[in-house]
Write a protein that binds this ligand. Structure first.
Ligand SMILES: Cc1cc2nc3c(=O)[nH]c(=O)nc-3n(C[C@H](O)[C@H](O)[C@H](O)COP(=O)(O)OP(=O)(O)OC[C@H]3O[C@@H](n4cnc5c(N)ncnc54)[C@H](O)[C@@H]3O)c2cc1C
Length: 421
């Protein structure tokens, strides 16, 4: 039996004492059927979460997730694992608030240890303008019902003594702390949703690339794949960095550009960084993994690409920023770096909406922030696919905002050209 039984401390003890012979693969490896009620394209965090909620909350039975590689091999396994609900704009604010609440119950719901660690995330500010913006955002976060605390320099020095407070260009004045934010083990999130979806009967089909979307009379009828054609009544696209390419198979041009984002990890070090810290001036974000590696990243590379590797100028920028903020890590050795393909939207916010083709649904535009969205993205997308109407928490994530200009959700104040910021 696959993914059998529940995980528990007792079971770990029993398996440990009996040679660990009772563990089974987390999910089946089924052959694709000729037809499904719902096909989800993309076995990343969002696709797997969508399939889980479709089965678990909306009671759908005949569902497949089609993944061109292996489950969790995309951005869900490449990100810097930051989870938070500290957005300021209406639309994003309620969506990420919904998401954090789902994160907080996810491990119980999925019976899976996702190593959710609410260690607090702090966004540093360096000048009066940033301080005022942080206070405004803190008020918005608190009004949404989430937590935010402004911590000024003297108290911050006690909390984060390793920071360079007196950097000549960017002295640190304080920070906006969001205590319920933190990190989660990214792969485990994909595995947890996959295992739970499989247990509910969802077919998870790996090595199955969608190569075409069949449309007849303005309505989807199925997909062409590297493992043959499969019919479907409804198709949900959750292909993250490849969203534009997959949507083009149905004749759509999405308001997205694909860019590379890199991440880095050092050798394992003794505990130094207890929280997630972000350094606004360099767009740096850093945390320390349970193994001791410092995990960090900064901007996207500034050109469109589908190559999941980065360029050296951004490596140099990221290292400079890191050392400016935490000089003591200059001697740490870098262990590895990697890249992922970001589906950058023009206002920095996602799209969860019906496509202008009947039976086709879009989940994309996650930019570099879609990991924290995983549970809410899956939950609200499943709601849309199952009921054909948006979930209240995602009703502003409309595709037509880019055509009408109304409802643009520009969180960073970078204008409608977020990809160029
Ligand atoms: C370096 C880096 C750091 C990041 N840091 C953070 C962070 O700290 N916090 C945060 O919130 N977000 C972060 N993100 C963003 C986040 O990882 C993504 O927004 C999110 O993972 C995207 O959703 P997903 O998990 O479903 O994507 P993916 O895991 O990429 O899933 C999409 C899947 O679709 C599959 N696919 C594509 N085309 C096809 C096809 N034709 N047929 C079948 N399958 C197909 C892909 O193989 C892939 O597995 C980061 C991303 C990167 C790369």
């Amino acid at each position: 039996m696959f993914g059998s039984g529940r995980f528990s401390g007792l079971r770990v003890l029993k398996e440990g004492l009996t040679g660990n012979k009772g563990w089974t693969p987390h999910w089946r490896d089924p052959e694709p059927k000729s037809e499904y009620d719902v096909i989800i394209v993309g076995g990343g965090g969002h696709g797997l979460a969508t399939a889980y909620y479709l089965a678990q909350e909306f009671g759908l039975k005949n569902i497949a997730v089609l993944e061109k590689g292996y489950l969790g091999g995309g951005n869900v396994g490449r990100n810097t694992t930051i989870v938070r609900a500290n957005y300021g704009l209406e639309g994003n604010s309620q969506f990420y608030s919904h998401s954090l609440k789902l994160w907080e119950q996810m491990e119980q719901d999925l019976n899976y240890n996702a190593m959710m660690s609410q260690r607090g995330i702090i966004n540093l500010f360096h000048n009066d303008g940033q301080r005022d913006a942080s206070i405004r955002r803190a008020n918005a976060i608190v009004n949404q019902g989430d937590d935010a605390e402004i911590i000024y320099r003297d108290d911050l020095k006690k909390l984060l003594p390793y920071l360079n407070f007196d950097n000549n260009r960017f002295p640190i004045m304080g920070g906006l702390m969001h205590w319920r934010g933190g990190t989660a083990r990214h792969d485990a999130v994909a595995w947890g949703y996959a295992r739970a979806a499989d247990q509910l009967g969802v077919d998870l089909i790996q090595n199955c690339e969608v190569t075409g979307i069949d449309v007849e009379g303005g309505k989807v009828t199925g997909v062409q794949t590297s493992r043959g054609p499969i019919k479907a009544k409804k198709i949900g696209l959750a292909a993250a960095g490849r969203s534009s390419q997959v949507a083009a198979m149905a004749g759509l041009t999405l308001p997205l550009e694909s860019h590379v984002l890199q991440a880095f990890v050092t050798e394992g070090l003794k505990p130094i960084i207890d929280h997630v810290v972000t350094f606004a001036e360099g767009h740096l974000y850093i945390s320390q993994s349970d193994k001791g590696g410092l995990v960090f990243g900064s901007y996207i590379d500034y050109y469109s690409s589908y190559a999941a590797r980065g360029n050296l100028p951004m490596v140099e920028h990221t290292m400079e920023t890191l050392v400016a903020m935490v000089p003591s890590v200059a001697k740490a050795r870098l262990l590895r770096s990697w890249g992922g393909i970001m589906d950058m939207s023009f206002d920095g916010s996602p799209i969860i909406d019906k496509a202008p083709v009947e039976g086709l649904y879009l989940n994309c535009g996650w930019n570099y922030g879609g990991f924290k969205a995983t549970p809410a993205s899956g939950h609200t997308f499943a709601h849309l696919v199952a009921l054909d109407r948006p979930h209240a928490a995602a009703e502003k994530m409309r595709l037509d905002r880019f055509r009408t200009g109304r409802g643009i959700m520009d969180e960073e104040g970078t204008g409608a050209q977020h990809n160029l910021h």
